[in-house]
Design a protein around this ligand. Structure first.
Ligand code: MN
Length: 475
């Protein structure tokens, strides 16, 4: 693996890690609280392994997000230390107990350790967050990476957990920006490679190198889109035919991208690159890929993206515990995860069919929306909104807003065409502002955002969103 001169880790961070490690050593029981996505699940697995190896009693609790109840639960927990992973930095000033460790990469709470909240009692709280050290939490290190840094400070033998931090980083798309892991992620990657757990190679970075039949691998490649290939079944079949690449192997089964001889992969990648033309797009298509060497090729856990996708689908189906078992090496959990994933796909296509066949999509002047009620799980409504936006039912020039019933109100997901974002629309701002106006809470990214609002405020909320979108597009 090439050395790209990635930075050292900050000495101040390592100092904080040593302080937190000492606190963990002095504890008898630890509660690990972590997020339900791939980064959160791998974080939980790293933290739990580090604690158990120290002989501590340790439980893992998964949370979709931090709510007031989660904060209350953490403050009231009888565990000597609560270790919050991949979450928590934004709530630092709300933790009022002793023995709080946060290893997170989300933007920290500005009130933390300001004059207002700095109390003597807080001496036993520890926060490890890259933003506090001038490092980006978006692509330089993830929650699992921060958790791993602490695990390694506890005991250098925990280097065998580094591969989980690589899976977490890939799960959070931290390698997307440069088509490879950089900075602190790269230091962690080096640990994982050095320990023999991860192999780095170069190739087409699309999802499904080992799990998708060749044709689907090409046809459903996420980003960048290749003209005549992406979403073009016939184009894919022609490409394979013209290079003499058989779709089925000698045993009659579908071949995957990784089944192909290296020469065929190089030739096909070259063909895809020449259709892209733009070097920036080629750089997004072809880059580093990471395999987890402790698992067999084709096992579903060998390719880091497929590993992360399996964990994400566990989380989406309220079964992060199964993902944790997989991270702990329990392969019987993989069959359960497989069922989760099948279920996930089925529920997305059922949800999409429900929206389309009932003509739920309504157009207004600046936005279009659908209300899925309780027919679509709130955990997948964002994915469905994105698919509706890309379908022929939608107006390609307007954002799609989706509503779904949730336990704590109405979940809102919104997706915008990139052209609108280029014109100045930022859905994160829109969701934040519109939800505030109706007594809800929202945020996210410029192209994809969400909110939770009170059930009786949908109409008013739509008016507010439309008003904000109109203003953003007509400054
Ligand atoms: Mn994360």
């Amino acid at each position: 693996m090439s050395d790209d001169g990635a930075e050292e880790m900050s000495p101040a961070l390592l100092r904080e890690a040593r302080r937190a490690a000492a606190a963990l050593r002095g504890a008898e029981s630890v509660l690990v609280v972590t997020h339900i996505d791939a980064d959160g699940i791998t974080s939980g697995a790293i933290a739990a392994a580090a604690c158990r190896r120290l002989g501590k009693r340790c439980e893992v609790d998964f949370e979709k997000k931090i709510t007031e109840e989660t904060v209350a639960m953490i403050n009231a927990s009888e565990a000597d230390v609560v270790w919050v992973c991949d979450l928590g930095s934004a709530y630092m000033s709300m933790f009022t107990r002793e023995g709080i460790i946060v290893t997170d990469h989300h933007v920290p709470d500005p009130a933390w350790r300001s004059g207002q909240t700095f109390l003597d009692g807080y001496d036993s709280s520890y926060q490890m967050n890259p933003h506090l050290f001038g490092v980006s939490g978006a692509y330089e290190v993830c929650g699992a990476g921060m958790t791993y840094i602490l695990a390694k400070a506890i005991d250098p033998a925990n280097v065998d957990l580094a591969y989980l931090a690589v899976v977490g980083a890939v799960g959070d798309f931290q390698d997307a920006r440069e088509s490879r892991l950089v900075s602190w992620n790269r230091i962690i990657l080096r640990d994982a490679v050095g320990n023999g757990d991860v192999a780095v190679s170069r190739g087409v970075r699309w999802y499904g190198r080992e799990s998708r039949p060749l044709l689907q691998f090409l046809q459903y490649g996420d980003e960048p889109k290749v003209p005549g290939i992406t979403d073009d079944r016939e184009g894919c079949a022609e490409l394979l035919y013209s290079y003499g690449v058989e779709q089925r192997g000698p045993d009659g089964g579908w071949r995957t991208w990784s089944d192909l001889p290296e020469g065929d992969r190089v030739a096909l990648a070259g063909a895809l690159a020449s259709r892209l033309g733009d070097p920036a797009d080629i750089g997004r298509l072809i880059g580093e890929v990471y395999s987890i060497e402790r698992y067999e090729p084709g096992s579903g856990l060998h390719d880091s993206k497929e590993f992360a996708t399996t964990l994400n689908s566990c989380g989406r189906y309220d079964d992060a515990a199964t993902g944790l078992k997989i991270c702990e090496g329990d392969l019987s959990a993989l069959a359960a995860a497989e069922r989760n994933r099948t279920e996930h796909r089925r529920s997305i296509s059922a949800a999409l069919a429900h929206v389309r066949s009932n003509h739920l999509l309504r157009k207004r002047r600046y936005v279009q929306y659908f209300d899925a009620g309780s027919e679509v799980r709130e955990t997948v409504v964002g994915i469905v909104a994105g698919m509706v936006l890309n379908s022929e039912d939608a107006d390609p020039g307007m954002p799609v807003i989706a509503f779904a019933d949730a336990e704590d109100g109405v979940k809102v997901s919104v997706r915008a065409p990139k052209a609108l974002v280029d014109r100045g629309l930022d859905l994160s701002d829109v969701m934040k502002e519109a939800s505030k106006r109706v007594g809800g809470l929202g945020g996210g990214h410029s192209v994809a955002a969400g909110a939770t609002i009170p059930p009786d405020r949908k109409g008013v909320f739509l008016d507010e969103v439309e008003d904000l979108v109109r203003t953003a597009l007509n400054p």
